[in-house]
Design a protein around this ligand. Structure first.
Ligand code: ADP
Ligand code: MG
Length: 239
């Protein structure tokens, strides 16, 4: 079963061609990674999937249904932004429940029950009363992830969810995110510039460069032909 089908996506900002003909099919329950250097169009693609931006051309389908014209809060997708995007004046609990109440229309009791449940799973229950400035970067990122998971969307979109974390937390959260997405049965689309993250987290990886998909395959398949991967992701040297 196909969860997300992307066909012929083009997007320009003035003279910059951010996306230049993207086609992708992502299966239900798959952990998918989009890997590419800074400026290659990753965030733009994620925003178009979420409905935060409209493509100039092309279509996005979820479960066979065209999403063009459907606003973000009505799509079966939750996004975790690169820089958390938590409201600074709200507690973690309020950050998690705001979208549930106003976006999904859940009542206070149900929204709080969901927030508690997901906080339990993410081991952040003790942080529910804190505001973003009272937490570390890693804790804020966990809350941002909890907020996305609490929507119980079929599709979870993650924009560089591990950037800015220290090495140890980075390694822990990388495995945790993949396993949490699997345990809730969500389809994950994870954007990263770090090939090791993509290799560790994803069932399949699309390598994007200059707004085009250059390579597509499982980590093993890409590992077997590393040249393009390593050139495109501009990261380190092959192990
Ligand atoms: P990535 O997430 O891979 O770093 P982006 O999707 O953010 O890349 O950006 C792709 C290209 O589009 C870059 O050249 C970027 O400068 C440009 N771009 C992205 N968003 C905008 C915008 N709102 N206005 C103008 N240019 C943009
Ligand atoms: Mg980006």
């Amino acid at each position: 079963m196909t969860a997300v089908k992307i066909l012929g996506i083009h997007k320009s900002f003035a003279e910059v061609k951010a996306l230049d003909g993207i086609d992708l099919t992502i299966e239900d329950g798959e952990n998918f990674a989009i890997l590419g250097p800074s400026g290659s169009g990753k965030s733009t693609l994620l925003h178009i999937i979420a409905g935060l931006e409209d493509p100039d051309e092309g279509t996005v389908e979820f479960n066979g249904v065209a999403q063009n014209g459907i606003p973000p809060h009505k799509r079966d997708a939750a996004i975790v932004f690169q820089h958390f995007a938590l409201y600074p004046h709200l507690s973690s609990l309020e950050n998690i429940t705001l979208g549930l109440r106003h976006g999904l229309g859940l009542n206070k009791q149900v929204a709080h029950a969901r927030a508690n449940d997901v906080a339990d799973r993410m081991q952040v229950k003790h942080l529910l009363d804190r505001k973003p400035k009272e937490m570390s970067g890693g804790q804020r990122q966990r809350i941002a992830l909890a907020r996305a998971l609490a929507r119980q969307s079929g599709i979870v979109l993650l924009d560089e969810p591990l950037s800015g974390l220290d090495a140890q937390l980075h390694a822990v959260l990388r495995l945790e995110i993949a396993s949490i997405l699997r345990s809730v049965g969500a389809t994950g689309i994870n954007v990263t510039h770090d090939q090791l993250d993509a290799m560790a987290m994803a069932d399949r990886i699309a390598v994007i460069n200059l707004g085009q998909i250059e390579q597509l395959g499982t980590p093993d398949e890409l590992y077997a032909v590393p040249q393009t991967l390593f050139v495109a992701s501009f990261i380190g040297s092959p192990p």
